[in-house]
Each structure stands twice: as C-alpha cells, then as structure tokens.
Design a binder for this molecule. Structure first.
Ligand SMILES: Nc1nc2c(ncn2[C@@H]2O[C@H](COP(=O)(O)OP(=O)(O)OP(=O)(O)O)[C@@H](O)[C@H]2O)c(=O)[nH]1
Length: 318
C-alpha cells in the first residue's frame, strides 16, 4: 500500500479527528447511557460496521488522491456521511432527554448533504480523469510517433504495421470478419532516385504518402512497408471498395505534378496497387508473402499488357 499522499492530508485527518471527538464528547455529555437490557446489539453491530466502513472510505480516498478541490469535496461528503452514521451508532447506547432531543433529530441530516457533495465531487473526479486520460493519450502518441513512425514519410513504420496486422488477424478470427490489405508500389523509383538523387526521392515518397492518406478513411491505417512500398490496412471493407480507393490513389499520384528542385518542369509518377482480402486464417508473415506475390503478379500483368512505350511510366512535362 502506497501511503505517500498521506503527508499532504494531515490537516484533513486532524479535522476528522476533531469532528469525531466533538461528536463523541457532545453526545456522551448530553445523553444518558442506556441499560444493557435496552440495547439492540444486532442494530448496534450493523451501525458500527457502517460507521467503520465510512472511515475506511475516507482513509482510501486520502491515500489515493493528491490534495485539491476534488479530494476536499470527497472528504467533506464522506465525513458528513460518517457523522450521520456515528450519531446513529451512538444513539444505540445513549438516549437523549427532551433538552437534547435535537441530537437525535439532526442525526440523519448530514448524510444526504454529504451524498450531494460527494455526487458533485464524483462529477469533478470524472472531469479530472478525462483530462488526465487526454494527456496520457497525447504522451502515448508522442512516444509512439517517435518509435513507430517512418522518419521519411511520417507514416507508421513496418514494425507498427506488423503489430496492427497481427491484431487485425486475431480480430478477424474471433469475429469472423475479413479485412482488406492494399499494397502500393512506386514504379521505377530506383531510376527516379538515380536520375534526381535520394533527396528528391525522399520528397517523392513524402508526397506519395500524403496523397495516399488523403484518399483513406479514418479507420484505415497506412504504413511505409519497405523502400517505395506502402501497405494500407482496411478494416470492415469489401474488396470492391478497396479497389475503388486504390484507383483513386493511383489517379491522384498520376496527376501529381512533381517539381524537381527549382525547376518548373513537372515529373509525373505512377504506382502499382493490389488489394487482398484476409480472413484471419493466415499468420501475418503468410499474409505479407501473399500480398507481395499478388504485387508481383499485378506487375507481371501490367508489363504483359503494356506496349513498349507504356512501360516507361514517368514522363517529363515542360
Ligand atoms: N530516396 C530514397 N530512396 C529509397 C529509400 N528507401 C529505399 N530507397 C530506394 O528505392 C529504390 C527501390 O528500388 P526497386 O525496389 O527496384 O523499385 P523500383 O525501381 O520502383 O522497381 P519497380 O517497383 O519494379 O518499378 C532503391 O533504389 C532504393 O535505394 C528512401 O528512404 N529514400
């Protein structure tokens, strides 16, 4: 048990002690002890239990929370509830003459007031937790962004994609729901690199990544898989929808007027894409192998269909 917060709440413990001793002092001073035969032990034990439990709650609140508004409200609410319970418990042993009958009358008042205060405190506690969660999410995103994203494109890395793919495969197996994987490969990227240099190659990778992202939905996950290849994980998607998205991406990239340095001339690049449905039966490495095989087959088909002129996909436009 970590008691490190206790030192911040010494004043609250003192107030609690003061409240309890005042109540015990007032009631025992104004009340008259009942005969043993008048005592209802069953009631007394039950009320003692409730009284102790409210003290335990106060203790746990104080060791779990830093000082502040929410802690103070919880403390006040629980202490008022405890006061009612304590008065109720003590009046099992004491009766009050008509002069001090008010003690019996007020005993049930603090509890409802305390409960209202606790409700307010719980609302603030909820608000506080929401803002802590938001901060934790941001912190988590910060670390994730630095360890699992690709430096060149800003997309998620292959490592992150593999983790997500493994999760998606398990989900697909459990819920019997398939998902779609899309692979996108920039054509002739090697010759682009050699012609214009790695720096221009990096810029092209970055702009391609941006165009891919622009065509995806919120739930899709785009990652840089390897050199000039991108993988998109598409949950709850049909192959037809994925193919439509792939066509949009191909068109968007084909229409990107990529400028080399200060030159006004535009370079037009093309990508090859393929999509594949996964049903959660394969291991993630098998899924990736199949997807790569599909890309090879797609490239093979394109090369077979294309005339010799069309094989040169990028063209300079002045
Ligand atoms: N600029 C840059 N180039 C990279 C990076 N990572 C890999 N490459 C290069 O990407 C090229 C990939 O070449 P290939 O795999 O042959 O791809 P390709 O030329 O597009 O071949 P096809 O897909 O068959 O058209 C290689 O020249 C790599 O050096 C990177 O981060 N930045």
């Amino acid at each position: 048990m970590n008691l490190s917060f206790l030192k911040f709440h010494r004043h609250l413990f003192l107030i609690l002690l003061l409240v309890i001793t005042s109540i015990v002092a007032i009631t025992t001073h104004l009340g008259t002890l009942k005969e043993a035969s008048e005592l209802d032990w069953f009631d007394a034990v039950g009320e003692a239990g409730i009284t102790l439990v409210t003290l335990v709650w106060i203790f746990f609140i104080l060791i779990s929370r830093p000082s502040g508004k929410v802690t103070n409200l919880l403390f006040v609410g629980l202490t008022l509830t405890h006061v009612s319970m304590l008065l109720d418990f003590i009046d099992e042993f004491y009766f009050y003459t008509s002069d001090s009958a008010w003690l019996g009358t007020i005993e049930s008042l603090p509890a409802p007031v305390g409960m209202i205060i606790m409700s307010v405190a719980l609302y603030w506690w909820h608000q506080e937790q929401m803002s802590i969660n938001a901060q934790l999410r941001n912190t988590e995103r910060y670390y994730r962004d630095h360890s699992l994203t690709d430096f060149v494109t800003g997309l998620y890395s292959a490592k992150y994609m593999k983790n997500q793919l493994q999760r998606e495969i398990i989900n697909a197996g459990i819920h019997q729901q398939s998902f779609v994987m899309m692979l996108i490969d920039i054509r002739k990227f090697d010759s682009f690199n050699r012609k214009y240099g790695d720096q221009q190659g990096d810029t092209l990778l970055r702009e391609t990544a941006q165009l891919i992202l622009m065509n995806l939905r919120d739930e899709d996950l785009a990652c840089r898989y390897a050199s000039d290849r991108f993988i998109i994980l598409m949950p709850n998607t049909s192959v037809q929808t994925a193919q439509t998205v792939a066509t949009h991406i191909e068109q968007a990239i084909a229409n990107l007027a990529f400028k080399i340095g200060n030159s006004a001339a535009a370079q037009y690049q093309h990508v090859t894409s393929c999509v594949m449905e996964c049903n959660g039966e394969d291991e993630y490495l098998n899924v990736l192998d199949k997807l790569n095989d599909r890309m090879l087959a797609t490239k093979h088909d394109i090369n077979n269909q294309a005339s010799p002129n069309q094989l040169i996909h990028s063209k300079d436009v002045a």
